[in-house]
Design a protein around this ligand. Structure first.
Ligand code: GCU
Length: 674
């Protein structure tokens, strides 16, 4: 599992023969002068050697060449390729036959574009591309394609299910684990260009000299792969480090401290990306502690990094001053009035949904609501609420759903994707962040199928128009084998997996029913936690008559935070659809659903369907035994067994609880857990 999707196993024979002649001659004129080009050339050599395997077809001199470089390389310049429109990270791949030579050309404006092109070439070869017919041009849709590590300085990882943090802080900066290079390579292969190294629940220490030196060492390793380092900043750091008396953003001493801190960081890390900030949320301090706004805080930090070209990513995940009616309304209430108040180098980082990375949520109402402010989207790659590392849940369909949602901000077609990629309001500062699922486990992500979520995040950040199915196909071909007998069933499993989790955990628009704290397993009955919005009963609101959170005008009216056409649809019981029904409506147990079943029967049906999907995944996987290596086959088999058992636990516990609340009969076969 360590090799991830970069296994480079021998191609099927017909294709292997076609690729083989190119394997001996990679020409990269900038190899000696540019580290990134050297990495790209080495990757192609390594990749082709694997794909072709040992062979003596076409020794050097056959006239087959892979030529890579920027326009600074004479052979690339001579080809007169259309590089000007490729921007900083784009690339072209062309098959060129000239003067008896057969060339595959990978060219870009910057070395990192060449590196992205090198990986794209290898990916294409593994997904059946014809070597003589390359005519490809790609540019990423968003500028910032970042992983957010929720890694603590003691190497624990908040919501991490793949072992300790890969950052071995204790040995840094004197020793850089070679794994950082493998990490950088894997990320570059999918276009990721930044990493926030530490947890959003940050400690002040990470901004002290010794830790800056450690981060600088990591930055040195990641740099040739086009990856910048960012840090989460704790708002109160200057006070906690006893260097200022206050953290009031309008106090000049505070601004001076952050300026000096930024200068110190940039001396160590000249291309430092900037700060990520979680402020006034879940116990994290922030500018509101001094009666200042999020904009006051963000802009003060932004001024400190601006002279160096840095940015501030200010998170919109806030619910400190809880909206008395509805937690889902909090972020919009706090941030919408600040539209236009943020400095140019500030971007708001908004989770895909208004609550918290649930298996299914409607899109966050801030998307489309702040036209003057660049908004990044934040996804959670690590599966905090979706069964940790053992449950198979391919998340790209969920992200595709969020990105494809129509905000109607500027009429039909104003999708979340267009807000995020800046095209709707012509923003330049654009990005996607994914909360990493990477740890020091040998397989990086805790399970083989969780590697697909890391992969899919990078691919979607590069191009959100890719379908979740296309991404699954690429990943399966590279991770297992390009054989349709493997790819088809693996992709089928992946594509049904997320809905399965929705069904057995939180069907029909329910949310936040997980057990307290760790969020693993069912806890819909929990009602005694200190804050109302921590309790699952707050979200499902089940009683004798019905279930669901009324967010229409008769309830919290959260629907009004969406553009009118969206608000009308969500508010309309007949148009909202089953997937979001109980998110927006409190519905009577006997009301009829689109299926013709009563709500109670539909709920039971969905829970059951979720368990049945897991059984289906087990059957598909079992049939793959002859085609998958023993170690991965065995682990996935066992994890699916855990998932089956726990899907059943979720179903039975949830139904038993809701049957008790509603006084409905327990369906046959459902056993209330002991
Ligand atoms: C969730 C998660 C926390 C995390 C928070 C955040 O609430 O459970 O561990 O800190 O999200 O995104 O800040």
């Amino acid at each position: 599992g360590y090799d991830l999707w970069l296994r480079y196993q021998p191609l099927p024979e017909a294709q292997r023969v076609a690729v083989a002649p190119y394997a001996h001659s990679v020409v990269a004129e900038e190899r000696g002068s540019d580290g990134t080009i050297a990495i790209a050339a080495g990757e192609i050599e390594r990749g082709l050697a694997g794909l072709v395997g040992p062979s003596d077809e076409a020794a050097p001199g056959s006239g087959h060449v892979v030529l890579i470089g920027t326009a600074a390389a004479p052979s690339i310049a001579a080809l007169d390729l259309p590089l000007t429109t490729l921007g900083e990270d784009g690339f072209v791949i062309r098959s060129v036959a000239r003067g008896g030579k057969h060339m595959i050309v990978v060219a870009a404006n910057r070395p990192v574009g060449v590196l992205y092109g090198a990986f794209a070439l290898l990916r294409r070869l593994q997904t059946g591309a014809d070597v003589t017919a390359f005519d490809l041009r790609e540019t990423p849709r968003v500028a910032l394609r970042l992983l957010n590590h929720w890694d603590n300085l003691d190497r624990t990882v908040e919501r991490g299910y793949a072992g300790q943090s890969i950052w071995d802080w204790w040995k840094l900066p004197d020793y850089a684990d070679p794994r950082y290079t493998d990490y950088a390579r894997a990320n570059a292969s999918i276009g990721i260009n930044g990493a926030v190294l530490n947890n959003v629940n940050a400690r002040p220490d990470s901004l002290t000299g010794p830790w800056i030196a450690k981060a600088a060492k990591v930055a040195d390793v990641l740099r040739p792969y086009g990856i910048k380092v960012y840090l989460s900043a704790r708002w109160s750091a200057p006070v906690e480090l006893n260097e200022t008396a206050t953290a009031d953003p309008l106090d000049p001493a505070v601004a001076t401290w952050w300026k000096a801190k930024a200068n110190e960081i940039y001396r160590a890390i000249p291309d430092f990306g900037g700060f990520l900030v979680k402020a006034n949320s879940e116990g994290q301090p922030g500018p509101q502690d001094y009666k200042r706004s999020h904009a006051d805080g963000a802009n003060m930090l932004a001024a400190a990094v601006a002279p160096h070209g840095g940015i501030v990513m200010w998170r919109a995940f806030v619910y400190s001053q809880v909206d008395p009616e509805d937690r889902a309304k909090q972020a919009y209430s706090e941030f919408k009035p600040l539209d236009g108040a943020f400095a140019d180098n500030v971007v708001l980082q908004v989770k895909n949904g208004p609550i918290d990375f649930q298996p299914r949520e409607p899109f966050h109402p801030l998307f489309g609501a702040m036209p003057k402010t660049p908004l990044m989207i934040e996804f959670q790659i690590t599966k905090e609420y979706l069964g940790f590392a053992t449950h198979l849940a391919y998340l790209a369909p969920m992200w595709e759903e969020a990105l494809g949602a129509d905000t109607y901000a500027k009429g039909k077609g104003s999708t979340v994707a267009k807000v995020v990629d800046g095209s709707l309001e012509r923003h330049r500062l654009t990005g996607m962040a994914g909360v990493a699922n990477i740890g020091s486990d040998r397989n990086w992500s805790g399970s083989t199928f969780d590697q697909a979520n890391w992969y899919a995040f990078g691919r979607l950040a590069w191009d959100h128009a890719l379908s979740s199915e296309a991404i699954a196909r690429e990943w399966a071909a590279q991770t297992f084998a390009p054989d349709p007998a493997v790819v088809d069933p693996v992709v089928a499993m992946m594509l049904e997996s997320r809905q399965a989790v929705v069904d057995y955990m939180t069907p029909l628009g329910l949310a936040h029913l997980m057990a307290t704290g760790h969020h693993y397993g069912p806890g819909p009955w929990v009602s005694d936690l200190a804050r109302p919005e921590w309790n699952p009963v707050y979200y499902h609101r089940a009683d004798r008559e019905g279930i669901g959170f009324d967010r229409t005008a008769s309830g919290s009216n959260a629907v009004a935070q969406y553009a009118p056409p969206v608000a009308r649809r969500f508010a309309d019981r007949s148009r909202v659809g089953d997937d979001y029904l109980l998110w927006f409506h409190h519905v009577g147990w006997d009301e009829r659903m689109a299926s013709g079943r009563s709500l109670w029967a539909e709920l039971v049906h969905r829970y059951d369907r979720g368990v049945a999907s897991v059984a289906d995944m087990q059957a598909r996987w079992a049939a793959l035994e002859p085609r998958i290596d023993d170690a991965r086959f065995e682990q996935v088999t066992r994890f699916l067994a855990i998932q089956r058992q726990e899907a059943t636990w979720w179903r039975d516990a949830s139904i038993a609880y809701f049957a008790d609340v509603s006084k409905r009969p327990l369906p046959e076969g459902v056993r209330p857990p002991a």
